[in-house]
Design a protein around this ligand. Structure first.
Ligand SMILES: [Zn+2]
Length: 451
């Protein structure tokens, strides 16, 4: 019997398990066979001894913040598949009830995305809080985002009481319902910011870090893991950025194991001392080399469960770094470089096994958000989301080759070792040698259900 697609001569990476030399047969977009024997396919791909990893799941991106949602769905998910990311988890927020706006957003996404996509809904007011369970049942969204500290002028923070109430609802819903929390202490951020503002009319990226010192993350993680423990709900701490924050994670895990921690590929690779200056302004901020090393130790020791990007695409004009520290917009594009950075920093610089890295880059996000085993692994019956990776390939980053509309990358000019050479999404070859082969709108919305 001929398969639709066969990948030959690959070293197949099963996250958390190991690497096997096998052929992968794909039928109707799903993995139909993983075998040592010779499979035959209508289309055959020679992986040439390279690794075949499961499609990367970036559970943390934003679309439509500084550009139209429709445009970002198209351009930024195109950038994602060029980098081996086949599924994205997008934060969606604003307004009152999501029943008014979300169905249209899903339609727009499905008309434009190249990757598969799922959403987390930001819960920021009482209407949304009351409707959470219906969002799960009727909209297919089972993960909810809460900001303990907001982004001034963009997102309002919520109170501890609001959080506890929401956590109780999430606990009632059961798996895979989960609270995603931006953990920073809002009042302490305000204080640190006011104190710095009184001293400085402008500053550098190093100064910016002082507006969000590590202890604001440490305190908020301590508090939110306490609150979630009271409610017995599942928790996902987004974008851990600091050594202080990691210490709070380790302390909290001693008595509450029921939470997960994400860091981002930018926090695992970049610092406040890098030469891109205010282009790197972000919340939470880039920190020191010691923080980067601590986060990698957290990865190796198993405290950190997953990798995201917190991708917020924009142009230099929107970023406005030339207007000074107090007027620069937070965010940067990162999707196309997510996997290369993980390979460069994790596999090559620190010698962490590929199957461990792929656990955090694909399997764990799938499990945490209720997409496993359809996504997140290479197994018979799973979606055929597969990436052929040449771990030895070196390439200098140039934002013009990253398929995003953004006109910069923080990594411009740096050489990274380890790049995807071919991406398959649900059985379709969507990228080869950095050429996009799919049409827009071929990605799908991943509706999730409560068990
Ligand atoms: Zn974010």
């Amino acid at each position: 019997m001929n398969m639709d697609l066969v990948i030959k001569n690959g070293r197949v990476v099963i996250p958390g398990v190991g690497v096997v030399e096998a052929e992968i047969g794909v039928e109707n977009g799903k993995i139909a066979e993983i075998s040592k024997r010779n499979l035959e396919g209508e289309e055959e791909i020679d992986a040439k001894g390279n690794h075949v990893v499961p499609g990367v799941i970036d559970p943390h991106i934003h679309l439509g913040i500084f550009e139209a949602f429709e445009k970002e769905c198209e351009y930024e998910t195109r950038s994602a598949i060029s980098g081996g990311v086949t599924t994205v988890g997008c934060f969606f927020g604003g307004g009152e009830s999501y029943f008014d706006v979300f169905p249209d957003a899903v339609k727009t996404a499905e008309d434009n995305v190249y990757t598969d996509i799922f959403f987390h809904l930001v819960i920021g007011n009482d209407v949304q809080l009351e409707e959470m369970e219906r969002y799960a049942g009727e909209l297919g969204v089972t993960s909810f985002k809460f900001y303990m500290a907001g982004i001034p002028g963009i997102i309002e923070p919520v109170s501890d009481g609001f959080l506890l109430k929401a956590f109780r609802k999430i606990a009632e819903m059961g798996y895979p319902a989960i609270a995603c929390v931006h953990a920073e202490n809002a009042s302490l951020v305000d204080l640190a910011t006011e104190e710095l503002r009184a001293k400085m009319d402008d500053g550098t990226l190093e100064d910016w870090e002082k507006t969000h010192p590590g202890y604001v993350e440490e305190e908020a993680i301590t508090r939110v893991t306490y609150l979630v423990g009271l409610a017995n709900a599942r928790l996902y701490v987004v974008h851990l950025s600091s050594m202080d924050g990691l210490n709070a994670v380790i302390d909290a895990k001693q008595w509450n194991e029921n939470f997960y921690v994400e860091t981002t590929s930018p926090y695992l690779s970049l610092t406040k001392n890098d030469d891109f200056g205010l282009l790197g302004l972000m919340v939470p901020p880039f920190r020191s080399k010691e923080d980067v090393d601590a986060l990698w130790e957290g990865v190796e020791d198993g405290w950190i469960d997953s990798f995201g990007t917190d991708n917020v695409s924009m142009t230099r004009a929107v970023k406005s770094a030339e207007k000074g520290m107090w007027n620069t917009m937070p965010g940067y594009p990162f999707l196309a470089t997510h996997l290369p950075v993980i390979l460069h920093e994790g596999l090559h610089k620190r010698g962490i096994a590929l199957e461990t890295l792929m656990e955090k880059a694909s399997k764990n996000p799938a499990k945490i958000f209720g997409l496993y085993p359809r996504k997140g692994t290479i197994a018979v019956g799973s979606d055929a989301d597969l990436v052929v990776v040449d771990v030895k390939r070196e390439r200098k980053v140039n934002h013009e080759e990253l398929h995003s509309y953004s006109d910069f990358s923080l990594l411009d000019g740096r050489t990274l070792k380890g790049w995807p050479v071919l991406t398959v999404r649900r059985g379709e070859v969507v990228m080869q040698d950095n050429e996009i082969l799919a049409r827009k709108g071929t990605g799908m919305y991943l509706k999730r259900n409560l068990k």
